[in-house]
Design a binder for this molecule. Structure first.
Ligand code: GAL
Length: 850
């Protein structure tokens, strides 16, 4: 990684993002009022604070991350005795703070529980368990979630309890104390000192609970969370546990509530026009006359606009909303290529003293979906070169550290990808912050297509949390729902859309459809998403030329990294761009179609990364993971990654495959091998063992290929542009595995207990060439200032443990993820394997990155 991008990354990780706010409500994990009318009221608004962590802000606001020092134990979904007496004799709600559950009480002794830090996904720690009764001729439904023992059949591993001490100083008396959960899977009850302080159903959108009334000041308090992952929300691996950050926020009773700052910034005649809306809540017991002071800061800290609003009277227990228009000259416009952020600092003063201050990151940019010109960014057509991905990575499952989110985002950007559809649920705030700061357009999606009060509150929290973000370009209200083409579905989505219009009139709505494109919800939302079926887009456009469209899911090419023959026994597809489910297409065919039609806004490849569950096309044991990714589950590129690089980036690309190690592989028919090249050069010539196989023109949206006879040696591709040879690539028949080679893009990590190093572990021959078929098991030992937090190898049929000190290489590669300690030092990773020369890699763990 370059110095510049490293610094940018660090800043992104440390700065946090968008706004900040606190609810008025007490002891409520979700807004107290249900339904449309209530959610429109700013005073009931809830969203997750995104104030910069660890950076002092004026006023009484303080925000601390509570990721460290938790204890964990399994409860039980069926047996109260094994669930710390939760629900015994139906007495849970009988007496406040007393009968809820043993494990919720301050006095409970959790010494025997496991100590851990968040984020934590317990599902990824469990072994794979096959379905004992798989159906004979149809897909195994147990495959969808990836065969981890979570759900109704596994009561002993579906309830997780978390406990943590919280010392609240006496000086906090009088402040509002709120716990923020960025995401818990799923259905949880939060206790403080034995009291139920909130509940939350969604496994994806964050929530918060006010603990002001139940904490003991100047004393030890205990937070407990009972997490029930028995029921799922998706048809893919969803993890289990407190898998995102938890924060403690302290504010003055007079404060800006959650989601209470809106900044709508648009470029206009060389200026940035910023419409600011602020909700001020007074949770105190006397009226306050407060003055709101607004400042807009540029990236370098310069104040580019400021204003002081007239004093506003806020009655006790009340909230009021004020509006103000700010403008500043010559804004730098936000785009994925230039992700310039401004900050609005809103300070709430009474008698000249700051009582609260919140920061909201925002960008100045304009967006539009146009039925004729496609997506427009800052007034110009801008093709969405997107991918969809779930939150899931090798070794860690859904418990993705922020630095790993950043790494994944960088891998996608390296493909030339500029957009991410968050499938099919709200992403973590950390990832959303990174999309703003590193530059990635986002289609933000709510999980449930429903207008029931709970689903509406989930959508509301998503809108309030993410509506200031420059990255977000549309709100997706659903995906391939059975009711999407019915009048009932249209009514539901109409109700959801009305909420979007009220809380964010600046962005369009969309729905990812796989049929009936102009019907049902297709008549309700602003932009129609096509899941696959690109071949139906022309007819739709002719019929409904006023409706903007894009490919909400495209491709779904299945491929296994480094595998070039069909292996039905192990469940491996080939890494050529050839295999896809019946509804999908190759990468080349969707992109050729979309690239040529300016009225299509772009498309989102299903998927950026492989993910657990949905092991299409086999959909049964031993397959446990999907094969849709352009990158595998470790983020290692499959060959199609170079197709997208060739199409989506300007740099010359020449990628030759497969490998040339066919001696040990299953017999080839007539020893013939299909050799492909992905390239954006004009022509490519292939040489096999020194003999030219001819020079071929690279089709505009295609690849070049030859069928050649295998003999050990080397193949070489020579790429030409304008008649000049520009790039050459060789694949040589390697020798046997001889050594391990370790590689990390970073030389140092931050000593924050959170940062990660992504280590590529390659098996190489005596000459240092990666052995593309190697499957050696590598053992890891980490010492010094950090720990190994997970391993993976991209094999969709591997049943090896993610949390282990070893991993087999898969087609020559595996991955080790190391995490820094909270104190500086050196982190040392040693890798060994029987019969191979081992390797050691050291990372500096520093207080602050140089
Ligand atoms: C789509 C669906 C995705 C995923 C994909 C697999 O129909 O929206 O979530 O299941 O198919 O191809």
């Amino acid at each position: 990684m370059s110095e510049l991008s490293r610094r940018e990354l660090l800043r992104a990780l440390m700065a946090g993002g968008v706004a900040v706010t606190v609810p008025a409500g007490r002891a409520a994990a979700t807004p107290s009022a249900a339904g449309d009318a209530a959610v429109a009221q700013a005073s009931s608004a809830l969203a997750l604070p995104r104030a910069p962590a660890g950076r002092p802000t004026p006023g009484a606001r303080q925000r601390d991350r509570l990721d460290a020092d938790w204890r964990f134990a399994f409860g039980h979904a069926d047996d109260p005795a094994r669930d710390f007496n939760f629900g015994t004799y139906q007495r849970t709600y009988a007496k406040a703070g007393k009968d809820t559950a043993d494990a919720a009480l301050i006095a409970y002794d959790d010494a025997g529980w496991r100590a851990l830090s968040l984020p934590h996904d317990w599902a990824v720690e469990l072994p794979f368990v096959p379905n004992p009764h798989p159906p004979a001729d149809v897909d195994d439904p147990a495959a969808a979630h990836g065969y981890r023992p979570v759900g109704r059949d596994h009561p002993e591993t579906s309830i997780g309890w978390y406990r943590r001490e919280l010392n609240i100083p006496a000086s906090d008396a009088g402040r509002r104390l709120v716990l923020e959960f960025d995401g818990v899977f799923r259905d949880c009850i939060v206790f403080c000192n034995g009291h139920i302080v909130g509940t939350n159903a969604s496994g994806y959108i964050g929530f918060e609970v006010d603990i002001t009334d139940v904490v003991d000041y100047g004393a030890r308090n205990v937070i407990a969370v009972r997490v029930d992952a028995t029921l799922g929300e998706g048809w893919f691996y969803e993890g289990a546990g407190v898998y995102r950050h938890v924060w403690l926020r302290r504010t003055d009773p007079l404060h800006v509530p959650a989601g209470g700052i809106v900044v709508r910034a648009t470029p206009r005649a060389g200026q940035a026009a910023c419409a600011v809306e602020a909700t001020l809540h007074n949770a105190g017991d006397q009226a306050e006359a407060c003055v709101l002071v607004l400042q807009v800061l540029a990236d370098d800290g310069r104040v580019v606009a400021k204003a002081q609003l007239p004093a506003t009277q806020v009655a006790p227990g009340d909230a009021t909303t004020v509006q103000h228009a700010l403008a500043f000259d010559a804004p730098q416009l936000w785009s994925p290529e230039t992700p310039v952020l401004y900050r609005l600092l809103a300070e709430l003063r009474v008698d000249g003293v700051a009582r609260d201050a919140v920061q909201v990151a925002f960008g100045v940019r304009s967006i539009a979906f146009d039925a004729q010109r496609g997506f427009l960014l800052n007034g110009a057509p801008y093709k969405l070169k997107g991918t969809c991905s779930h939150q899931d990575h090798a070794g860690v499952g859904t418990a993705i550290p922020d630095a790993l989110h950043a790494w994944r985002l960088q891998q996608l950007k390296a493909l030339g990808c500029n957009a991410w559809r968050m499938a099919h649920n709200p992403a973590s705030p950390a990832l959303m912050d990174l999309c703003d700061r590193l530059g990635m357009l986002v289609i933000a999606e709510t999980r449930r297509m429903s207008s029931d009060p709970e689903a509406m509150r989930e959508l509301q929290r998503l809108l309030l949390r993410d509506r200031n973000r420059p990255s977000v370009i549309a709100w997706s209200l659903g995906n391939e729902e059975p009711q999407m083409v019915t009048a009932r579905g249209a009514r539901i989505v109409g109700t959801m859309q009305a909420l979007v219009r009220r809380l964010d009139p600046t962005r369009p709505t969309t729905f990812a459809m796989d049929k009936g494109f102009g019907e049902g919800v297709g008549q309700v939302v602003d932009v129609v998403g096509f899941n696959y079926r690109t071949n139906q887009m022309d007819a739709f456009h002719a019929r409904e030329p006023q409706r903007p469209v894009y490919g909400s899911e495209t491709a779904s090419t299945v491929s296994v990294r480094g595998n070039y023959f069909v292996d039905d026994a192990r469940g491996y597809t080939r890494a050529y761009d050839v295999d896809h489910p019946w509804w999908a297409s190759t990468s080349e065919s969707w992109w050729a179609f979309v690239a040529e039609r300016p009225w299509i806004a772009g498309g989102f490849v299903w998927t950026g990364f492989d993910y657990r569950g949905e092991p299409t096309p086999y959909n049964r044991w031993p397959n446990v993971a999907s094969q849709f990714g352009v990158l595998d589950s470790c983020g290692f590129p499959k060959d199609n990654a170079w197709y997208y690089r060739a199409q989506w980036t300007q740099a010359p690309v020449l990628h030759l495959f497969p490998h040339w190690n066919w001696d040990a592989l299953p017999a080839l028919a007539n020893r013939m091998v299909d050799v492909w090249v992905h390239s954006n050069l004009d022509e490519v010539e292939l040489w096999v063992n020194g003999v030219s196989q001819g020079r071929r023109r690279v089709p505009r949206y295609g690849h070049v290929e030859w069928r050649v006879r295998y003999a050990p040696g080397a193949i070489e591709a020579r790429g030409y542009r304008g008649g000049e040879q520009v790039l050459v690539q060789r694949r040589e028949t390697t020798g046997a595995p001889a050594a391990i080679a370790l590689r990390c893009e970073r030389a140092s990590l931050l000593a924050d207990g959170q940062d990660v190093g992504m280590i590529e572990v390659a098996i190489v021959d005596a000459q240092g060439r990666q052995v593309p078929t190697a499957a050696d098991e590598v053992r890891f030992q980490v010492s010094g200032a950090g720990a190994l937090i997970g391993v993976g190898n991209g094999d969709p049929a591997s049943h090896e443990a993610d949390k282990a000190d070893r991993r087999r290489a898969f087609n020559g590669l595996c991955q080790a993820i190391v995490q820094s300690a909270r104190a500086p030092g050196r982190l040392r990773l040693q890798a060994s394997a029987p019969g191979l020369r081992g390797a050691t890699l050291e990372l500096e763990v520093l207080d602050a990155l140089a």
